[in-house]
Design a protein around this ligand. Sequence first.
Ligand code: HEM
Length: 486
Amino acid sequence: MFTPEPDTLKKERRLAITWGISFLILFPCLILLGLLMRLGQGEMMKLLLANFYAFMTLHGLGMAGLLFSISFAAIWYLISTRYTRLNLRLGYFIFFTIILGFAGLTIGTLMGKFGAGWYMLYPLPFKDPTWFTWSIKTSIISLIVLGIAWLTGILYLLYALIKKQNGFINLWRAPLNEKGERNDIPPIVFITSISFIAAIPGFIVGIIIMCIYLIQSFEHVLSFNAVLLNNMTFFFGHTLSTVTLYCSMGWLYTLLPEFTARSWETNKALRYSWYVSLFLLLFSYGQHLFMNFVYPLSAHHAGLWAAYLSTVPVTVITIYGVYTQLYHSKIKWGIIPLLFLLGTAGLAIGGFVALLNSYEAFNKILHNTLWVPAHFHTYTLMGIVLFVLGFLFYLFSSKNQQHTDKLAKTGFWIFLAGGYGFILMFYLGGFNSIPRSYARYTGTGFKTLHDTAVTLSKVSVGFIVLILVGLVFMYFSLFSRLLKKK
Ligand code: HEM
């Protein structure tokens, strides 16, 4: 068992709190961009087209990057305080590099009006841009900076774990002890290694795409294969979001047992489910490519099956694990287990919708409608974000503060009502064939479609306000815990 010195523990905690506070500042700012988009779509305020797309790009890239960054930070904290010593200076270097990347992206989008959307499919950023040329370069360089920071962090954490375990293979299978028995690998080590191994090709591909874009931004006569870049983009985007989700499961497996007083072991069932997911994750991005009609049908079927099979084992084993943790456990329902339980529910609902999405017949109809934002907002906002808040409550509280807090719980229920209401409006939009990424629904050309879309946007504004109110309550509770905790 690794026990860090009190001084190291304090310093690691300080780093994690720095990450946590940065998250708590940036998260509502990005929500505000979402609110402005919905106000514009609901015709409750005039939003210039250029502003809408700049907001959408910063919101999408910012949220995806922010969630991955805080997930990485949580994994860093748990490993450095429970498993092995990590290099704090490198931790701060990664933190500041990421902040630099975010700052560049904010300048590129809000000042330069770069608005090619979060996956900026080739050749969109360069084709008749309405944004300043400098904003393309600024945004791309910022994304490269972010990619390098994340990749460095991932490689370093993997290296530290491999060193601690005396070899790569021992990350997944503990060596025999003197009695000839195998000790269990802590789930956090196992899940981190699986997630980060999957993330490496994803991030390398992401950095390569951005380097290609950078070259193109300097040399306009160049032309690259759009289908190849389309594949690479979705491979990167799909891997980033899935790995973020996996990381959050890492601390769910680690922290929930502290509340149920039951261990959560890395048994065979858990190991094999995660192996299957690791393998299939690398192919399941194919579910985003059903519209690429130039592909042979077999490629679409391969994507479909990889998507089906990669979601199921990890989701099922995690839901089953949470159930066995909680069943007759006499747990005290403080804010942290509540966030973990409802986060798992968000994950299950989002996972089920992902299964529907990856079915070709559904995909043909729902593709590029608001159904797609509905799906990814479910597992991010009502899954990963709840897990992140659970982790932050854990980090900011002392042991005796973890069970009671009316303020936090009130905020939590308001957030939950607002969150599901907001997402429901996206789902209803999908059912009504309302297209995604439309700044103004007058552009759809159909009066009934326009009216329904505007009404749903207006209603969702109310739910977004509820989300923000819920967050205010939770923030009060979080910061009062932080100030009280010595
Ligand atoms: C209360 C919180 C949030 C609000 C109000 C919000 C609002 C919005 C809105 C209005 C859109 C545009 C939808 C469209 O018409 O196509 C959008 C897109 C998007 N949101 Fe959110 N969102 C929230 C949380 C999140 C979270 C937690 C994530 C995490 C990843 C996220 C990621 C995205 C992405 C990736 C897009 C697509 C951007 C693009 O297509 O370029 N959002 N969001």
